[in-house]
Design a binder for this molecule. Structure first.
Ligand SMILES: Cc1cc2nc3c(=O)[nH]c(=O)nc-3n(C[C@H](O)[C@H](O)[C@H](O)COP(=O)(O)OP(=O)(O)OC[C@H]3O[C@@H](n4cnc5c(N)ncnc54)[C@H](O)[C@@H]3O)c2cc1C
Length: 484
């Protein structure tokens, strides 16, 4: 039987769940197809940086995530000779340590609360794109189903079936290092609230304490390393010291990482998000955060197009914006991974440099925001752009200082400050563009900022004349009369 649905999402990993949740909360019908019959519990992402947490906030699960996770406020670098550098991340970069399967469970609960669900044992084996929609072939234990969808989101992970079926290349390389990934309990001096990087002559190792006394440990190891308790204890002792003792082993695996970005993030009515779109070394805990940002970028646009508030042309901005973010992140994690896996002699130089960077505050001011993903800015590809940067105000494509407000209804949020004439002009604009621009006025400060639902600045200015750029943008976002 053939059914019609606005959006099909392939893959109920974190990104697929987040996308389904965002669209359902915007009132859009989605079908979320997952090939596995039960949720995965394997050892994967643990670190949620502020931009990833902002996505969880907008999906209504941040508070629960904070209850189940551990706040991360420091990075501890354990160097040779027993010396430890303790870099605090600072309030604005505070992260959360939470096992990925716990994040997934929260998102699935939120999806169900919003009236959606995961269809499990639903393996997507065919995708046929057309000018007005996509036909999706789904294999289930009971037979095959064809779904007609207006749009498709591929969130089916690094080995994406959809990417392959669409013939999208995934250029890049596989990194030589093989990593051990361990979940378990370790006795020893591992302060909670910190991720511990052991940068010792025997090799590097990273340990992240989770809530409930368990830890996640990762370390590069030679190919063919035996997966056993003895191996874990040997790595702990060699790289962490005699004080670290494995008390319980819950999960052990090895993985190799790749550095790749898909040749295109959009093919007609199909979009790639998360690991289906890009992959890189997990050092620095960026992957899931990057994927959640893909979801935030895409879903407000897609929901707005489907509810008739925005022109479908807005969807063209997904590719250049998210490509910029993916390429920057792959480059950064490449550098982190290289720094992490240096041989003994260059590692000594790195550690000496690290001490200097810590002492001068450079680690905290530059390295931590890089890890937190705060350096990512979009090219200004919105209608009417590129717009000029007003002095002293954030540029289009940057994040507003002090953090982005909650996503709200899916309209761009125009915040005017101080000047009554600006307030009146802002209110007038919002009245002309209902569903596209929402206006609020604050007495303090001066000027205005227009913030997108995904938290990036669209426009900023000082005067009512500058508001013309907002009017041009809003008009450019409006769908053509009678358009799809
Ligand atoms: C050891 C390790 C540690 C990591 N640590 C961090 C970290 O600390 N912080 C961080 O941000 N990131 C980290 N990452 C990266 C992070 O885990 C990934 O970026 C994240 O899982 C990507 O989510 P996703 O939803 O795109 O894909 P996935 O989580 O891979 O989900 C894809 C889903 O699609 C399903 N699927 C696949 N094919 C089909 C099909 N044909 N039909 C239907 N369903 C299908 C799969 O079963 C799966 O459920 C780590 C990764 C690893 C391996």
């Amino acid at each position: 039987m053939t059914e019609r649905t606005p959006v099909v999402i392939v893959g109920a990993g974190t990104c697929g769940l987040a996308a389904a949740c965002a669209l359902r909360r915007a009132g859009i019908d989605v079908r979320l197809l997952e090939r596995e019959d039960v949720p995965g519990t394997g050892s994967r992402a643990t670190l949620l940086w502020p931009l990833g947490l902002a996505v969880l906030r907008d999906l209504g699960v941040r508070e629960d995530a904070e209850r189940r996770g551990l706040p991360l406020d420091a990075l501890h670098y354990h160097l040779a000779g027993g010396r430890t550098l303790r870099t605090t991340v600072g309030a604005e970069n505070e992260a959360l340590v939470l096992a990925q399967h716990a994040t997934d469970a929260l998102l699935e609960e939120a999806l169900e609360a919003a009236g959606g669900r995961v269809e499990r044992s639903a393996h997507v084996s065919g995708v046929t794109p057309g000018p007005d929609g996509v036909t999706v072939k789904v294999d289930r234990p009971g037979g095959t189903e064809l779904i007609e969808a207006q749009w498709l989101i591929a969130a089916d992970g690094v080995g994406s079936t959809v990417r392959r079926l669409l013939g999208i290349d995934f250029p890049g390389t596989t990194l030589p290092a093989r990593y051990l990934a361990v979940d378990g309990a370790i006795d020893g001096d591992l302060a909670p609230g910190a991720v511990h990087y052991f940068l010792r002559p025997a090799g590097p190792m990273v340990v992240a304490p989770l809530r409930g006394g368990t830890v996640r440990m990762g370390a590069p190891v030679p190919d063919g390393t035996e997966l056993s308790e003895a191996t874990v204890q040997r790595v702990l002792t060699e790289r962490g010291g005699d004080g670290l003792v494995l008390r319980r082993l819950d999960d052990i695996t090895t993985f190799a990482s790749q550095e790749r970005v898909a040749a295109t993030l959009r093919h007609g009515r199909c979009f790639l998000v998360g690991d289906a779109a890009h992959t890189h070394s997990p050092i620095g805990g960026q992957g899931l955060n990057l994927g959640l940002q893909d979801v935030a970028n895409l879903t407000w646009k897609l929901a707005g197009v489907l509810r008739g508030a925005y022109t479908p042309d807005l969807l063209d901005t997904y590719e250049p914006e998210r490509r910029r973010a993916a390429e920057q992140t792959v480059q950064n994690t490449h550098r982190f991974a290289r720094m992490f896996t240096l041989g003994p002699r260059p590692a000594r130089v790195r550690n000496a440099a690290w001490r200097g960077l810590d002492a001068t505050g450079v680690l905290r001011r530059h390295f931590v925001p890089l890890l937190a993903g705060r350096r990512v800015a979009y090219p200004d590809v919105l209608p009417g752009g590129p717009a000029r940067r007003a002095r002293g105000l954030p540029a289009p494509g940057e994040r507003p200082p002090g953090g982005a407000p909650p996503a709200g209804t899916g309209a761009l949020r125009l915040v005017t400050r101080g000047d009554a004439a600006l307030a009146a002009a802002g209110a007038h604009l919002a009245a002309r563009h209902p569903g596209r621009i929402a206006h609020e006025h604050r007495a303090s400060g001066r000027g205005f900022v227009l913030v997108r639902p995904d938290g990036f600045v669209a426009r900023a200015g000082r005067t009512t004349a500058d508001l013309d750029h907002v009017a041009t943008l809003a008009a450019g976002l409006a769908p053509a009369p009678g358009g799809a």
